[in-house]
Unconditional design. Structure first.
Length: 426
């Protein structure tokens, strides 16, 4: 069983619901427009069509009724983008419509890509916003929890299992002389560029240390030019709750946003923003090519061709020793950012945190957003609230030519789970 299958397994097992006949007929009618659009564009890539989670379900149900193949369903899913969060429970229901592994993979990718969006209205608690005094009291309770409990957590170790989902694996130009190590997964044909769609690349397992609930940065003895492998490496750990909350409070920019359901319970959501002068959010992304043409070029005319040109040269031209030199550079910055805290209203415990970096279009990294989910974890004889899952959505300019008239971008999604927490004796 693959890592992707293991990841999806829990969600699939949770689903035991069916649909009645009149619901199916209604769904088929409503999905005609979306299905027609997708079929019409199946042989020519265009901007992804944004649809809701309900429309996604209707589309999948319609294709199941029409007995579409795994490749056909996967092709259709690659050409849509969700405007709402596809929650884990809903994803578990939708994978039952998937006829095979290619479609299942694309549903999983839609969940990862939508992790920072708001769920459909029907999934949001129908509750009024609390009064301002209640909001302040809840934030005070959260501040006490973060400083008095979370940042007092003992040193721990965990196994972190990460899946990499990526597009554009062949983005580097052939002139760089590099051979890529990333394997391009097979997807259904008929599209202008199969690699332009996000698909599963690989998975890896690491042992991580956490101090006061924040993952400790690992110092690498040698720098690996990850870009040569047509992949990026994130060399800073995920944002830590303690530091982010402290910076948000210092910025005096935390505001009530909405109610949201997490684990079947109503959760208070607060937005926050941290400007550059208050931010300590370090980004370190490796690596981007700096391609230089080196060597000597000698230009000659017909009169100097016999002495300056290649053997037998008669007309004007150029000769010399031409070489391509590629150096690798990291993208490092301290970025302003904004995001959301998801807080249990009874205890003040933070159950989720979203951090979205604010980057410029001329940067080598256009987007680096992180969602961290927290839950109760048993460690020995004690129970702590710890990071259990993360989603990272990144968009980079892999050729290092951001700001040029045209350039290629590459999206990479990382989904990670923390397993087997234990005390760190060091």
């Amino acid at each position: 069983m693959s890592p992707l299958d293991n990841w999806l397994g829990g969600a699939v097992r949770d689903h035991n619901e069916g649909r009645c006949a009149h619901e199916r007929m209604s769904a088929m009618k409503r999905i005609v427009w979306a299905w027609a659009l997708i079929v019409g564009t199946a042989t020519c890539w265009c901007t992804p069509k944004k649809i809701t989670v309900a429309q996604l379900e209707e589309m999948l149900h319609s294709m199941q009724q029409e007995k579409k193949s795994d490749a056909e369903v996967a092709t259709a899913l690659k050409q849509v983008e969700l405007s709402q969060e596809l929650t884990r429970s809903t994803m578990g229901a939708l994978v039952n419509y998937a006829p095979g592994p290619q479609a299942t993979e694309q549903i999983f990718i839609l969940e990862a890509k939508s992790a920072e969006l708001i769920p459909p209205d029907k999934d949001l608690p129908a509750m009024e916003a609390p009064a301002e005094t209640a909001q302040k009291a809840l934030l005070d309770k959260t501040a006490a929890y973060v400083s008095g409990v979370y940042q007092q957590l003992p040193s721990l170790m965990a196994t972190k299992i990460t899946l990499r989902l990526q597009d554009n694996v062949e983005a580097l130009p052939a002139s760089s002389g590099l051979q890529g190590g990333a394997q391009d997964a097979t997807v259904s044909s008929g599209l202008s560029s199969a690699a332009s769609f996000v698909h599963y690349i690989n998975s890896f397992k690491t042992q991580v240390s956490l101090i006061h609930g924040s993952e400790k940065k690992v110092e690498h003895a040698s720098k690996i030019p990850w870009g040569a492998n047509k992949m990026i490496a994130l060399q800073e750990p995920d944002p830590g709750l303690g530091e982010v909350f402290r910076q948000a409070v210092s910025s005096e920019n935390i505001h009530w946003l909405r109610w949201e359901a997490i684990g079947g319970r109503s959760t208070a959501v607060f937005s926050f923003a941290v400007p550059r002068n208050k931010s300590h959010l370090s980004l370190d992304v490796c690596c981007f090519p700096n391609i230089n043409q080196t060597g000597i070029a000698t230009f000659y005319t017909p009169s100097t061709a016999s002495t300056l040109g290649d053997k037998g040269a008669t007309g004007g031209g150029v000769t010399g020793d031409f070489q391509t030199s590629t150096n690798w550079k990291e993208y490092k910055t301290t970025a302003p950012y904004h995001g959301e805290f998801f807080v249990d209203p009874e205890s003040g415990i933070v159950l989720r945190m979203i951090v979205q970096s604010e980057l410029k279009p001329t940067d080598l990294v256009h987007q680096l957003d992180t969602r961290v989910d927290f839950a109760s974890v048993r460690v020995g004889a004690k129970t702590y609230v710890l990071p259990v899952k993360t989603y990272i959505d990144s968009l980079v300019v892999p050729n290092g030519d951001s700001g040029a008239a045209t350039y290629t971008t590459r999206r990479t999604l990382f989904t990670s789970e923390y397993k087997d927490y234990e005390s760190n004796p060091n």
